[in-house]
Ligand binder design. Structure first.
Ligand SMILES: Cc1cc2nc3c(=O)[nH]c(=O)nc-3n(C[C@H](O)[C@H](O)[C@H](O)COP(=O)(O)OP(=O)(O)OC[C@H]3O[C@@H](n4cnc5c(N)ncnc54)[C@H](O)[C@@H]3O)c2cc1C
Length: 256
């Protein structure tokens, strides 16, 4: 929501019971596929302040009173529109409620754990593409009478890029294996999201560097990979929030 991002439990969109229906009013920001999705999973306040007063609903995209703003003009992720949604007395039947009243936030958090693994995997795929591009360019481009891949300054850069990618891949696969085995994996998912997206940012920046001036142009995909990496450090909980999640597993909740 406009005033509730990382602090998602402070959301203000309201759902009020009216007979067998719920009436939803409020504004949601940054909604992936906003304006084109067939359904939205909507978290709305149905009770007290904080996480326990939130309920989840599945709202059809064509519901009366639901309108999308123009898509945001973003740095990347241009294939996936992102828009604000306005709920102006949107009426949904009670059978559109997902889970019990007051369970919405817990449901959202458990979905985020799996989502974080997906983001980690995206990040490593993106970084791998950037590394492949950098290696292909470095072995073809010649300066000082030799391929630039001959220069130790670039060889070490490529080696560090590849190492970050392999470490990230191992981390998210380890977290995914815990999930598949039915074990707790929230801390490991946060670690994987944090490490893999930071790795993708560094690797894509380095790929642009390997391509030199050409890396800075849209003639090569390296600059796009760099722009796409940035959003992965922000979505599904920013990387600052991942550190908070990991620290809570280590040291318990903050004392105030
Ligand atoms: C392209 C895109 C698509 C998205 N799609 C969706 C979607 O489909 N559904 C959805 O619900 N959301 C979606 N989001 C929203 C996304 O989850 C939020 O942008 C993100 O959680 C951060 O919230 P915010 O932007 O309000 O930043 P804020 O919460 O205002 O944070 C601003 C800065 O402060 C830092 N910060 C905040 N609190 C703390 C803290 N306690 N300690 C340290 N640092 C802190 C943050 O890390 C960040 O650096 C999308 C965002 C983008 C950019």
């Amino acid at each position: 929501e406009p005033a509730s991002g990382s602090d998602a439990a402070s959301l203000r969109t309201k759902a009020v019971r009216d007979g067998d229906d719920w009436v939803i009013t409020g504004t949601k920001s940054w909604i992936t596929h906003g304006g084109i999705a067939d359904f939205y999973t909507v978290l709305a306040r149905t009770g007290q302040e904080g996480a326990r007063g939130i309920t989840a609903f599945l709202v059809p995209g064509d519901a009366a009173g639901l309108n999308a703003a123009e898509p945001e003009k973003k740095m990347g992720m241009k294939g996936s529109p992102t828009a604000q949604l306005h709920f102006d007395g949107v009426r949904v039947a009670d059978d559109r409620r997902v889970g019990d009243e007051g369970q919405g936030f817990a449901i959202a958090l458990s979905a985020l754990d799996s989502g974080r693994l997906g983001i980690a995997a995206c990040a490593i795929g993106l970084a791998q593409a950037a590394l492949d591009e950098a290696v292909a360019y470095a072995t073809g481009r010649r300066q000082f009478g030799r391929p630039i891949a001959d220069f130790q300054g670039l060889r070490f850069l490529l080696a560090d890029m590849a190492t970050r990618i392999e470490a990230g891949r191992a981390l998210y696969l380890a977290a995914a294996r815990l999930r598949d085995a039915g074990h707790p994996f929230s801390q490991q998912a946060a670690m994987a999201k944090l490490f893999c997206t930071d790795a993708a940012m560094q690797v894509t920046i380095d790929a642009v560097q390997v391509l030199g001036g050409y890396g800075y142009t849209a003639d090569f995909p390296a600059e796009r990979y760099m722009r796409e990496a940035k959003v992965l450090q922000i979505v599904e909980g920013t990387n600052q929030i991942q550190r908070m999640v990991i620290a809570r597993h280590l040291a318990g909740p903050e004392t105030r």
